[in-house]
Write a protein of this length. Structure first.
Length: 72
């Protein structure tokens, strides 16, 4: 899973798995789910992220895999 914040558009994209999206559906104002060919959610796009998400803090608890950071 990867989180991508785009400051120029104030959007947050949460890439859940490394699979192509074929269908997108807005489920709430400014929140779009991306689905793969099998109908599984592969990503979440959140518009106006600085107003809708706490971007100043990220807490990971009991993650089963490796945690990496790529601060730009």
């Amino acid at each position: 899973m990867k989180l991508h914040y785009h400051a120029d558009t104030d959007s947050l994209y949460i890439d859940l798995v490394d699979r192509a999206s074929v269908v997108s559906q807005e489920v709430s104002a400014g929140v779009v789910l991306d689905f793969d060919a099998d109908g599984r959610v592969v990503g979440i796009d959140i518009d106006h992220a600085s107003r809708n998400v706490e971007l100043d803090r990220l807490v990971l608890r009991q993650m089963p895999g490796r945690v990496e950071t790529d601060a730009a």
